[in-house]
Design a protein around this ligand. Structure first.
Ligand code: TZP
Ligand code: MG
Length: 354
């Protein structure tokens, strides 16, 4: 029976090591202390609950004579190519180890303690789900982390089609593109989006679709952008799932908080200045709402509306990290030159803290 303690000892170590890997990912990579603390608590409890049997565990330990040691050293399936894989493998390691402990304790007649380890295993399933949410949020934040957000509008593109315009945007290093077309038929929009998805996928550009949730899902866009009169954010989330970015246009602090509470990943803040590009848009909300967003909105936001090369520094220096433009880019004589100048202005603008 003491050999069972050898198994239990190995699995306590296995579970603790798996937890440590996950804990450090949560703490140092995802900057998520609550998840890291929950993992740490389980790690401590897994050891603490076995304190009474520590002598038996140590007596059973015999690493040098472990017949499986050379196999696990050579094992190639342990190679991980992504953090998702690393996390998944360590949660599996943890759950398998807990299951083994649980079963062996039962054979040893320690039913109460076995139940305790069963509880840890259940807790680990919930933690795995919460952990994947954190990973998903970071991935989305990284996809939104850029200074210039370009939006299509063929009617303002001086005879160029959306695909040509998108190519120019990508060539100039734009990292987020939104497809926005109010007049076209669904089928035509679908084909254009399919084409743009290929171009953006190949170049690592984030692709967001305005209004058409169905197209966004079909072509596996990175996100959808909706307005105040569209479906509620939480209902859109039910449709698109946790990984897709949801952006919401907002025009007031109340709308901003509402969108964030409902689970939007970012909001549009505007119109900052007068714009004629959007048909049913409200009067400019000006820099006041922008100031509010800079100081009070906990999710990423994009300043939009009437922003041009000549006023972009004003918006940037108020603290807007990401700025959206439609006509200034798509209507430029030379789109690539325009983006280059706008990007230079954005990188030279300094934050005005007065
Ligand atoms: N949402 C708020 S203002 C606006 C949208 C889509 C239009 C912005 O267009 P432009 O040409 O950059 O002023
Ligand atoms: Mg809309």
């Amino acid at each position: 029976m003491d050999k069972l303690f050898r198994i239990i000892d190995a699995n306590i170590n296995r579970a603790s090591e798996g937890l440590r890997v996950l804990e450090d990912l949560a703490r140092f990579y995802y900057d998520d202390m609550p998840i890291s603390e929950r993992l740490k608590k389980i790690r401590h409890n897994i050891r603490k609950s076995m304190t009474d049997y520590l002598p038996e565990c140590l007596a059973g330990r015999d690493t040098i004579n472990d017949v499986g040691l050379s196999i696990s050293k050579k094992n190639k399936i342990d190679d991980k190519t992504s953090l998702e894989e690393l996390a998944a493998a360590n949660f599996k390691r943890l759950q398998e180890a807990l299951r083994t402990i649980e079963e062996d304790l039962r054979v040893l007649g320690k039913f109460g303690l076995s139940k305790v380890y069963e509880e840890y295993r259940y807790a680990s399933y919930t933690l795995e789900k919460d952990f994947s949410r954190v990973n998903c949020c970071l991935t989305k934040k990284q996809k939104l982390n850029t200074d210039l957000y370009c939006i299509t509008a063929e009617g303002y593109s001086c005879g160029r089609n959306n695909i040509e315009v998108v190519r120019a945007m990508i060539n100039s290093g734009v990292k987020i593109i939104q497809y926005r077309e109010k007049e076209k038929k669904l089928l035509q929009k679908y084909h254009e989006c399919l084409n743009i998805r290929e171009l953006t996928q190949a170049t690592g550009v984030t692709f967001i679709i305005n209004d058409d949730i169905d197209i966004a899902m079909m072509i596996k866009a990175d996100g959808v952008h909706i307005g105040q009169d569209d479906l509620p954010v939480e209902k859109v989330r039910e449709l698109v799932g946790p990984e897709m970015i949801i952006g919401v246009s907002t025009h007031s602090p109340e709308q901003a908080q509402d969108a964030a509470n409902r689970g939007a990943d970012y909001i549009g803040v505007g119109p900052i200045y007068k714009t004629f590009t959007k048909k049913d848009v409200c009067e400019p909300v000006g820099l006041k709402y922008l100031d509010y967003a800079v100081n009070n909105v906990g999710i990423p936001f994009v300043a939009i509306g009437g922003i041009k090369e000549h006023n972009i520094c004003e918006v940037k220096s108020r603290g807007a990290n990401c700025i959206a433009m439609v006509t200034e880019i798509v209507g430029a004589e030379d789109i690539e030159e325009k983006i280059k100048r706008v990007k230079q202005k954005l990188s030279s603008a300094v934050r005005d803290l007065s």
